[in-house]
Design a protein around this ligand. Structure first.
Ligand code: CAA
Length: 256
């Protein structure tokens, strides 16, 4: 597919995707979702890749669903627009590799839902987060009403969802929505440093870990433990785990 909104580059084990529609604050339209869907498929075929970083160009990570595109939609079209966004953000959440959101600016509405679908969020001190859909007489449509309460807890999620207030990066950090806040100019450096740290770990273990966390959260604690024990066991005897344990015991770096 030819990409008009998304730019991407692969540097060794790390892919960086930049949402690049800065004049519209990277508002999320149908074209964006089609491109993201296709790019994720493309990246999932790259066997050398271990981590993906997503950021935005300009003042926004993404300022939400494209309000101009939504205007005039009927109920059926609205539902389809929601389903499309949900499916692509679920694809990010279930992408086989960890995905880091490097939140450079506004992450509002669908943009906050976008960041929430990533595994880790690192924010510029200039970033702003919020779910302002109620200001438009709307509710979130890209799983914000479901993912946010599960991610940061119902109380803080309720605050964001009902008030529509935009909060700064420090407050988002306090809520646990953001894992690290850094100076704006250091955002990509920090996100890439985190990506490289993850990329240096046992690659199959990291992939299995993401699957175990995601699947475990969808089930009971007991079933999650069954899942963990099965996955834990499945690593024994593999080349990667054998190498990791041998490297530790022989006081050397693993070579995977
Ligand atoms: N959709 C479409 N266009 C958008 C947009 C959006 N979500 N957000 C910003 N833009 C456009 C503006 O219309 C403007 O376009 P023009 O230059 O053609 O007028 C351009 O981006 C720049 O925006 P502003 O002039 O408003 O820039 P600002 O710096 O003054 O304000 C902002 C920035 C605070 C992010 C403000 O643009 C804003 O509040 N945007 C809307 C945020 C919002 O309500 N998001 C929720 C959308 S609904 C949703 O996401 C539903 C869902 O869950 C599926």
């Amino acid at each position: 597919m030819e990409y008009q909104i998304l730019q991407h580059k692969v540097d060794g084990a790390v892919a960086t995707i930049t949402v690049s529609r800065p004049k519209a604050m990277n508002a999320l339209n149908t074209r964006f979702f089609d491109e993201m869907d296709s790019l994720l498929d493309e990246l999932s075929e790259n066997e050398g890749l271990r981590v993906v970083v997503i950021t935005g160009e300009g003042k926004a990570f993404a300022a939400g669903a494209d309000i101009a595109e939504m205007s005039g939609m009927d109920s059926k079209q609205g539902e389809a627009f929601s389903r499309k966004g949900q499916a692509v953000f679920n694809k990010i959440e279930n992408f086989p590799l960890p995905v880091i959101a490097a939140v450079n600016g506004y992450a509002l509405g669908g943009g906050c839902e976008f960041a929430a679908s990533c595994d880790i969020r690192i924010a510029s001190a200039k970033a702003k987060f919020g779910q302002p859909e109620v200001n438009l007489g709307l509710i979130p449509g890209y799983s914000g009403s479901q993912r946010l309460p599960r991610l940061i807890g119902r109380a803080d999620a309720n605050y964001l969802l009902f008030t529509g207030d935009a909060i700064d990066a420090a407050e988002a950090h306090r809520m646990g929505l953001v894992q690290k806040v850094v100076d704006h100019d250091l955002l990509m450096e920090e996100a890439l440093k985190t990506a490289k740290t993850i990329a240096s770990k046992g690659p199959e273990a990291v992939k299995l870990l993401k699957k175990t966390i995601n699947q475990g959260l969808e089930t009971s604690f007991d079933k999650g433990e069954d899942l963990e024990a099965g996955h834990f066991g499945s690593l024994f005897g593999t080349q990667e785990t054998t190498e990791g344990i041998d490297a530790f015991l022989n006081k050397r770096k693993p070579n995977w």
